[in-house]
Design a protein around this ligand. Sequence first.
Ligand code: FAD
Length: 293
Amino acid sequence: MTSDSNASRVFSFEFFPPKSPEAEARLQRTRERLARLNPLFFSVTFGAGGSTRDRTFETVVEIQRSGGIDASPHLSCIGATPESIREILAQYREHGIRHIVALRGDMPSGTGIVGTGDFRYASELVEFIRAEHGDHFRIEVACYPEVHPQADDADADLRHFVHKVQCGADSAITQYFFNADAYFYFADRCQDAGVTIPIVPGIMPIINFKQLARFSDACGAEIPRWLRKRLAAYGDDKASLQAFGIDVVSDLCEQLLDGGAPGLHFYTLNQAGPTEAIWRNLELPVDTTAAPA
Ligand code: FAD
């Protein structure tokens, strides 16, 4: 891998907003370590329906204020009104934010909100942001190489993604997957459909098998049988499971970058160690002089 190819690639790291002062301090240390990998941005998730609205906002503003790496809030529109979106965008703009991950979101079960509000799809949020703020924000959207779980079929999902891009997305991040072919096949179909924005693979480090299996069932990401069986066999041996997981995910990342993926977006789960280990295996550059994030 040449340094020229690395220079044009886009790397980013995702966090969730911490729930306690201890978790906040841990995230601060994670950010300081990951800032040395010099990503384009740190993104912060948003609980659909506004459940993490304040914590997402505070975390984003804190990252942006500390000056090292740009912060990018996730913003979901399900259950939101134009007024509430208008207000939060204005606040982000006031704090110097230039980058948004625009999503529909999934309402937590039991809320009774099923997406019949003002915004039905993420494409409508993208259109709204462009109409209100022109090109001020760089807009990332989500996409699904293994097909979104609620889509009627793969072709319909692809059509909806293409429409979302046409509404004004600058770049896309995929749901995580463990099968590089799913990504390459999807990226080719997007190219055939005229999509020219970067489609950056979302990378999930393997840290905890039960949690991964639960997430994957919920979001429609497939854990291939060979991998599921091997992970299950580690039982309570977390250290061996994590070492194996780092090898598997490093191989996946290598295949993706060698095959032309435009970068990687790591779902860090607020931990620096697994992402750093994968980074080292990929021999990607580390900035030892980076200012704390
Ligand atoms: P959409 O693009 O709106 O698609 C949702 C479904 O609607 C798809 O099945 C699509 O095919 C279909 N669809 C789209 N347009 C149409 C149309 N015109 N007619 C009919 N059907 C249509 N969730 C959170 O709650 N908070 C987060 O912070 C968060 N971060 C994420 C980050 C990434 C990188 C990814 C990949 C996902 C994230 N999610 C997050 C999860 C995401 O919100 C869910 O996957 C959600 O179900 C779909 O969101 P979307 O933006 O992809 O929706």
